[in-house]
Design a protein around this ligand. Structure first.
Ligand code: NAP
Ligand code: GDD
Length: 337
């Protein structure tokens, strides 16, 4: 039986990865932070199957201890301050978790079991102000947020430990992936949740930021499978994981509201852009508070390498992703009426 340690166990990706690893017969250990109120986040339904270890990415001792307890064959480092917008409010904390935290985890592995395989959750945010379109493993990085800069450190230190210590350490450069378990502050969930609340008269309108930003959105379930594949190869390497399709935030809004049975009509532009329902009621408007100090305008990934070398492919289409998120939020809102 293989043993896996997943950091960030309460998060979106860890929940899907745990399900996949448990199905494959792994013994799964999860690293979680202590909170004033116990909250298992997205893995509440798996609490009997996952062995929880308290720790923090900024606390090396806790990671050494987690390695000793789990004696993991594979570590998936998914823990992060993962919300880009907040990284301008907490730039130092974000770096401690997303950058130094990676070195802490790599050191804990090196000290306890150097043969343990390591997955680092790198990100398309590292491409930031993109230097070419589409982005692949050879595209130069240009991060545009404290989050992106910290993740770039994590990316390079992973490569450095691979080359310095001959460790099996990989980075997955994953483009945006969403799901029914996505945090409510991310734009996709904010939109699908708003569509559900508006449908049931629980909200009048949703305020958004940059509607023209373009993202390459996939479903988290497909993306965690790529993480596992990366740790099953003969040699460690880094891979881009993406759908190869990009859409504006505005497109996501239109499709989600259509699926919720409320098609929208748009009027105006810039900060005055608004969307109305069929009765002429304003449902979407722009609030400059949601704009970022520096924006990533366009992400579009080329995952050819992962498709060829890992045999990875995306199973869940964009439309299916939005449909699942909208239906899930409608169900949640309806059940709380
Ligand atoms: P998520 O839902 O926000 O989960 C992040 C997890 O990290 C949570 O369990 C959180 O715990 C934990 N965490 C935060 N700070 C920690 C600390 N100091 N010590 C220990 N744990 C800590 O994120 P996700 O969407 O699943 O993403 C997983 C990873 O992939 C992240 O590293 C993210 O940056 C990266 N990534 C995500 C995407 C995407 O589109 N989803 C794309 C590329 C890369 P709490 O519950 O205690 O807050
Ligand atoms: N959150 C949010 N809220 N974003 C908005 C809003 C809003 O009201 N209005 C427009 N946006 C735009 C943002 O400016 C950004 O361009 C885009 O929607 C996506 O924002 P998020 O959903 O917050 O995700 P992200 O792309 O910044 O970051 C996610 O993907 C990265 C991979 O590229 C996160 O999951 C990161 O952890 C991940 O690394």
């Amino acid at each position: 039986m293989k043993r896996a340690l997943i950091t960030g166990i309460t998060g979106q990706d860890a929940s899907y990865l745990s399900e996949e690893l448990l199905e494959k017969g792994y013994e799964v250990y999860g690293l979680m932070r202590r909170k004033s109120k116990v909250d298992y986040g997205n893995v509440g339904h798996l609490i009997k199957d996952i062995k929880m270890i308290y720790g923090d990415m900024s606390d090396l001792v806790s990671l050494v201890s987690a390695m000793k307890i789990s004696m993991a064959d594979e570590v998936y480092n998914l823990a992060a301050q993962s919300f880009v917008a907040t990284s301008w409010d907490t730039p130092v904390g974000t770096a401690e978790i997303n950058a130094i935290g990676v070195t802490n985890m790599l050191e804990a592995i090196r000290l306890i079991n150097k043969e343990c395989r390591f997955y680092q959750a790198s990100t398309s945010e590292m491409f930031g102000k993109v230097q070419s379109v589409p982005q692949n493993e050879d595209t130069p990085f240009y991060p545009r947020s404290p989050y992106g800069v910290a993740k770039l450190y994590g990316h390079w230190i992973t490569k450095n430990y691979r080359e310095s210590f001959d460790m099996y350490a990989c980075s997955g450069i994953l483009f945006n992936h969403e799901s029914e378990r996505r945090g409510y502050e991310f734009v996709t969930r904010k939109i699908t949740n708003a569509a559900a609340l508006i449908k049931y008269g629980k909200m009048d309108k949703v305020e958004l930021g940059n509607l023209s930003a373009k993202r390459d959105w996939g479903h988290a379930k497909d993306y965690v499978h790529a993480m596992w594949l990366m740790l099953q190869q003969d040699t460690p390497d880094d891979y881009v994981i993406s759908t190869g399709e990009t859409r504006e935030v505005r497109d996501f809004v239109n499709i989600a509201f259509d699926m919720a049975g409320m098609p929208l009509t748009w009027e105006g532009s810039g900060l005055d852009e608004k969307a109305y329902d069929k009765n002429g009621v304003e449902r979407v408007c722009v609030n400059p508070d949601f704009f970022r100090p520096a924006e990533v305008e366009l992400l579009l990934g080329d995952s050819s390498k992962a498709q060829e070398k890992l045999g990875w492919k995306r199973e869940i289409s964009f439309e299916e992703l939005v449909r699942r998120m909208v239906e899930n939020d409608i169900e949640i809102v309806a059940s709380n009426l």
